[in-house]
Design a protein around this ligand. Structure first.
Ligand code: GAR
Length: 234
């Protein structure tokens, strides 16, 4: 049975779009369907993209119920199995983290654990990378826990930083890679090919990855899509 996926987005929703298109391309072998798009912003472009494809949408009210959040209600109403953050700028509330342990994932536009944490989103991340003098940035897909950008890493891919870059040019290069990596990770998690499990050490979690092991191939622009497919094995 396919997983029912909720995408949470605060912005334009280009990652949402790439996930929808990838799942559509996979057709019958896809492991999930986007069953809900939720946003904390009523004017988020992601909501329009979802509506154009007849995906149900919800705008999350910011006023909080005492022990249950609007997000938890929306996820329950739509019988969601997997929560996918795609440019979502709020912390996922603890009731959702508890209920969906190991079933909430995020994409971050840098190589965590560097350049993550509160306030590190969008162009701020890319500005910080450039100011640091780093020569390599990248994307990180990870499980989400109750702390910003801290959960177990699922997949990463490097992206070069050029001396001529500003935050805009770097963001565009990174975003292109997000669009290739994240949809594949979403399908792999939806299909149980990558899961989070408690390791033998109490309290620590580890990634269980049932895909064939891979060698990370360098960023090579002309073969980027092909290399990512090879490396992620999906
Ligand atoms: C993406 O670059 C995503 O990685 C980033 O926001 C952008 C959303 O773009 N997320 C973060 O910075 C989270 N810390 P999109 O709305 O076009 O998908």
């Amino acid at each position: 049975m396919r997983s029912r996926i909720a995408i949470l987005a605060s912005g334009g929703g280009s990652n949402l779009q790439s996930i929808l298109e990838h799942l559509e391309r996979l057709g019958d072998v896809r492991c999930g369907d986007v069953a809900l798009v939720a946003s904390d912003r009523m004017n988020a472009g992601a909501l329009d993209r979802a509506a154009r494809r007849h995906v149900p949408t919800v705008v999350l009210a910011t006023d909080k119920a005492p022990d249950r959040t609007p997000l938890a209600d929306a996820l329950e109403t739509h019988a969601i199995d997997l929560v996918v953050l795609a440019g979502y700028l709020r912390l996922v509330p603890p009731d959702v983290i508890r209920k969906y342990a190991g079933r909430v994932i995020n994409i971050h536009p840098a190589l965590l654990p560097a350049f993550g944490g509160p306030g590190m989103y969008g162009q701020r991340v890319h500005r910080a990378v450039i100011e640091s003098g780093a020569r390599v940035s990248g994307v990180t897909a990870h499980f989400v826990d109750e702390v910003y950008d801290r959960g177990r890493i699922i997949a990463q891919w490097p992206v070069p930083v050029f001396p001529s870059d500003d935050a805009g040019t770097l963001a565009a290069r990174v975003l292109r890679v997000e669009h290739l990596v994240y949809p594949r990770v979403v399908d792999a998690v939806a299909g149980g090919r990558m899961t989070l499990s408690n390791s033998a050490t109490a309290g620590s979690e580890m990634l269980v990855d049932t895909r064939p092991s891979f060698t990370l191939l360098p960023h090579e622009d002309s073969r980027l899509a092909e290399n990512i497919e090879l490396a992620l094995g999906c």
